[in-house]
Design a protein around this ligand. Sequence first.
Ligand code: GRG
Length: 292
Amino acid sequence: MDFKTTYQQYQQKVENAIDAIMPAADTRPASVHKAMRYSLQAGGKRIRPVLLQAAHAMFPSRHDPMPACVALECLHTYSLIHDDLPCMDDSDLRRGRPTCHMEFGEDIALLAGDALLTWALWLLAEKYQHDPATAVGLVRDLGDASGSEKLIGGQVEDLQAEKEEPNAERLDFIHRNKTGALITSSLTMGIRLTDAPAETVEVMREIGYHVGMAFQIVDDILDATADAETLGKPVGADVENNKSTYPALYGLEASRAKAHEHSEAAIKACEGLGGNNAFLISLIREMEKRVN
Ligand code: GRG
């Protein structure tokens, strides 16, 4: 089967699982459940649960990966809802639609984000309780990625970076933690749901680091290119407004080269792992070439 068809199948499984697992929009209190579904079912790429499924497909498994996929998207969606709030990025649009707070108000958006975060951790404990060691590993991975040293920590340093001079060390900290940590956990969670030896999780962490860095550098490049097209400015000219990006610090070509280096390092580590790694390797290559 070709790459695109497999990706779409994995995506569709996530859409179906979200629909089946999440509280219905009319479950009391309907306002918050509507808001949770509004943001969850808004046409994201589902890259994290696709990465989870790619890792899960590498080795034999006794576990259904879908609850873990839904938990990942809940966590990711919570971070986007909160990131869009007036006290953070103050964004009106996300994925071409009004943001959660524009549609439901700031109070419900804040609570919908909180509910998605706690739901994600509950879901893992609930759905994998028949295998406590696996459940604990999954909760640890997701909790670790989203805590104050990683996702939140990256966001805090990103807020600080806006007020200070560009700094390569801080930029890497932001990318590794704000974006990379959840991508890394997507891969380690996929592996925890297989029968692969425990040390495979550590190799996946290494792969996740490189995939996460490449993903965020490409994201920076796409943003810089879109801004330059929209504003008629040279790429990277927005250093004053947006310092914590690769193009602003290194320029476009060097940023592309760095994204490529990270992708290649991830692929090399994947090849070393063996197993059914063809889809994950293709996915890493396609992520580097993505246009949205
Ligand atoms: C406010 C708790 C809190 C955290 C904020 C993750 C985060 C930290 C903010 C989200 C904003 C952002 C630009 C994060 C960088 C990671 C990133 C590129 C997110 C977008 O992920 P995609 O491209 O989005 O996977 P889709 O729409 O496809 O789901």
